[in-house]
Design a protein. Sequence first.
Length: 293
Amino acid sequence: MEQLIQQLVNGISLGSIYALIALGYTMVYGIVKLINFAHGDVFMVGAFIGFYSITVFHLGFFPALLISMAACAIFGVLIERIAYKPLRNATRIAALITAIGVSLFIEYGTIYIRGAQPEAYPNGIVPLKSIEILGVKISGQSLLILAVSIFLMILLQFIVHKTKIGKAMRAVSHDQDAAKLMGINVNNTISATFAIGSALAGAAGVVFGMYYTKIEPLMGIIPGLKAFVAAVLGGIGILPGAMAGGLLLGVIEALVSAAGFSLWRDGVAFVVLILILIFRPAGLFGKNVREKV
């Protein structure tokens, strides 16, 4: 029983990282109907910016987290303006192929600049003590990851529902042409969406580095794909769905590992994707909407 609770705690920590990345996928899809496959690589860039902030500039965890979020926000806007904006009225497949191209460009550009060797986050960045609840030892890092993730998710909900840019994002998501007629700057709204989503991916990168220690230039591929699965699981385009999907996927992976099938933990995400597409294509929080072809 104790081991099961321990695995659930691990699953929730991992799931909250997936949820932070999945929010970026779901926000961008909700507004421009684009699956931004370069999003996992923004997460990787965030992990490296956090790493260099800590090791080269000797900053603490929270300053490194904020720098990584700010840098990734700018990086996300640059990707959108350079690669995606010219294709806004192109076919979906053209935008999708471009997203894959941008992803590969970031991965191998990073390898070209700094080499392919992995790096390790220093231990004890945040000196947190483990706590024991009902005989289960929960690490301070797990609690910090959960606290940071929950705070950022609440902040995102506040931005989307209570601020001017959030209202503009919801209007553009609902009807881009009507939003334009109402005086909303659609280009700036889309850029803001990319900035917020990329900042969350940057935060996830730093948190992931602190939790798993090892980072390398191709680290964004699997978490990026799993976060995409999480977004589809919850209902792509729906923010609470991305959060729930990420947490649920993390818990499923942890339980698969606990059952002794740790080699299957990466594969189980894609089994979940296939099942959700067969039995509930709109996701757990989505509504089935007929699409005219």
